[in-house]
Design a protein around this ligand. Sequence first.
Ligand SMILES: Cc1cc2nc3c(=O)[nH]c(=O)nc-3n(C[C@H](O)[C@H](O)[C@H](O)COP(=O)(O)O)c2cc1C
Length: 163
Amino acid sequence: MDEIYKRRSYHDGFDGTKKISDDDINAILKAGMNAPSANDTQPWEFVLINDAEKLQELSSLNHWTRAVGTSSHTIIVCMKPDIYAGIDCGIAVQNIVLQAAHMDIGSLIMGVHDNEGYQQKIKSLLNIPDEYIAYSMIALGYPAETIPPNDKWYPEKIRLNSF
Ligand SMILES: Cc1cc2nc3c(=O)[nH]c(=O)nc-3n(C[C@H](O)[C@H](O)[C@H](O)COP(=O)(O)O)c2cc1C
């Protein structure tokens, strides 16, 4: 499946002049919504950002969020915590970036850690309710650079029949 290998992290951002169409962004969100989840709980909400000012604010949070500034859209995956919610939301994030890769749209997954009030800053900026965690941000846009596909293969990571 080509998309697995061609999906790369666009740490330095995107071609800020090109916008993703509504149909394409909806296809990307639909891919997220169709992720499997334990008991079909779907413990996610997707905050879609296309407002230039909000993109700039998210972009300036730290060095590792700079790609948001040139993204066409950024999605914040919000998670309602539960025993399997972390796995569920991780799969939703992967579905989103693979669907984007399928449409030649670049992406960057960003974790939202708890240091320096980072989690709370994002929650306040986007009015995320207390019962949700800002799980991950995904910046999306058309590539401004060519990043070669991944081709990792580590046989030593495979342990046959016992660790
Ligand atoms: C949970 C998670 C959090 C990440 N957080 C960031 C981040 O905050 N900023 C960033 O530029 N890249 C972030 N990345 C991207 C990784 O650095 C990247 O996936 C890794 O270096 C492998 O490169 P590739 O995605 O191009 O294969 C994150 C990736 C994951 C899965």
